[in-house]
Design a protein around this ligand. Structure first.
Ligand code: RNT
Ligand code: ZN
Length: 413
């Protein structure tokens, strides 16, 4: 580590300071990698319909809330630092009786709040507008049938109430994200009509007055989905306009743009006009495939932009991936740690020196230093961060995950 610190120091980088910052950044770890977005509204619940797809059938999936909580604690024990858990409304505790989406309420999340307190984990929240018979024909908040629309408006209002309840109990605003699958497989005629309905539904939902100290609402855009190839109602332009005019947060999911469009490049524009952002860190392969996040160029650029724009303190970094073909707990560990590695890399970038070359117009030097920086000993610093947080280093991670698979996951069937 000492040799590594010296190498960075020579380029004007304070490694200790970077580690201090990294320690303060909480990821919003999503609950749905643990059970393939199934939820626990009824026994053997599985993701059904509505624009998201999970592939794979790796053994050991959590079959109950208790198993899910065990798995999540195991995953958190392998991620350095303190992190938040992001819940979906379909993950309520229905041991006292099932409630449909328009009836689900704070009481179904009381045991989650207690669990969060017990383990020092803050919670975030999502309304669930998929995997439900009333979402089957591809529209929810923008449905032409007022009765279906009202059902979903009521659901999202309930979700906001739940989020506010969580936020109040935990003493930290609960980020409530709204993603809807609405769209159509083939070319629609009434794009305007659906978007008008979505705007009206959201306005009705937001008319429920809740304190921003308890809940912060975000809207998540998308470009296309399975079954919504031709038209997605909640597009980027729609939600950019909505969030700016209604003072809600915007959620940018890395998988929800054209494959050559860079979410990293949006950061410096966004923060000219807004001061709070939600991210869904994901890894699309050819489409919104929600692969486990890895340390690739997309992720590195995104974190670099957050650091360079001094936007870290203004950004909620949520994760959004689900792979059912591999050990799910290992997926959590690798994905979350890769997000942190990318952030660490950005924090120990020789920023000042690069900026000086940039300002001076010495673009050769800028290019050369960016290339040099790629081979600096990032791994040494990362290992040190893991050690200080008493979590496995990368070298120890595989054994740790395999042990849990052997002792816990393989006994489920
Ligand atoms: C779907 C969105 C959304 C979901 C979760 C489960 O395309 O990315 O965020 O992945 O709500
Ligand atoms: Zn997402």
């Amino acid at each position: 580590m000492e040799a590594a610190v010296k190498k960075y120091q020579a380029l004007g980088v304070d490694v200790e300071k970077a580690l201090e910052v990294l320690q303060t950044v909480s990821l919003g770890v999503h609950c749905w990698q643990a059970d393939d977005v199934g939820g626990f509204e009824h026994e053997g619940a599985e993701l059904e319909g509505g624009g998201i797809q999970v592939t794979g059938n790796y053994p050991g999936k959590a079959r109950s809330l208790d198993e899910l909580r065990d798995d999540i604690l195991k995953a958190f024990a392998m991620i350095p630092g303190t992190h938040r858990l992001n819940l979906h409304a379909s993950y309520g505790d229905f041991s006292g009786g099932w409630a449909d989406r328009d009836q689900v309420g704070p009481e179904h999340f009381a045991s989650w709040v207690a669990w969060g307190k017990q383990h020092g984990i803050m919670l975030d929240f999502n309304a669930t507008l998929f995997s439900h018979p009333k979402a089957d024909d591809g529209f929810t908040l923008s449905h032409k049938d007022p009765a279906i629309r009202k059902f979903w408006v009521d659901h999202v209002k309930q979700a906001r109430r739940i989020a506010a309840y969580i936020g109040e109990k935990q003493g930290s605003p609960c980020i409530h994200n709204i993603w809807i699958p609405d769209g159509s497989k083939d070319i629609p005629v009434d794009r305007y009509g659906h978007r008008k309905l979505l705007k009206e539904s959201l306005d009705e939902i937001m008319s429920l007055d809740l304190s921003r100290d308890y809940v912060r609402d975000a809207v998540e855009s998308k470009l296309f989905g399975i079954g919504s190839e031709a038209f997605v109602v909640g597009s980027h332009e729609f939600y950019l306009g909505y969030s700016m005019s209604r003072n809600t947060l915007l959620c940018l999911d890395m998988g929800h743009f054209h494959p050559t469009e860079s979410v990293a490049d949006k950061i410096s524009s966004f923060f000219q006009f807004q001061d709070e952002l939600l991210l869904h860190v994901s890894r699309p392969i050819r489409w919104d495939s929600d692969h486990v996040v890895i340390l690739n160029d997309d992720l590195r650029s995104l974190m670099e932009e957050l650091v360079r724009a001094e936007a870290l303190g203004k950004t909620h970094i949520g994760l959004d991936f689900f792979d059912a073909t591999i050990n799910r707990i290992g997926a959590y560990a690798v994905g979350s740690r890769s997000a942190q590695k990318a952030l660490l890399a950005a924090l120990i970038e020789p920023r000042e020196l690069l900026k000086r070359y940039d300002d001076a117009g010495n673009y050769f030097a800028r290019l050369a230093l960016l290339e040099e920086a790629k081979l600096l000993p990032l791994g040494e610093v990362w290992d040190e961060f893991c050690r200080r947080n008493q979590v496995p280093t990368d070298r120890e991670l595989i054994d740790e995950v395999m042990k849990y698979e052997h002792e816990v996951l393989s006994r489920r069937n």
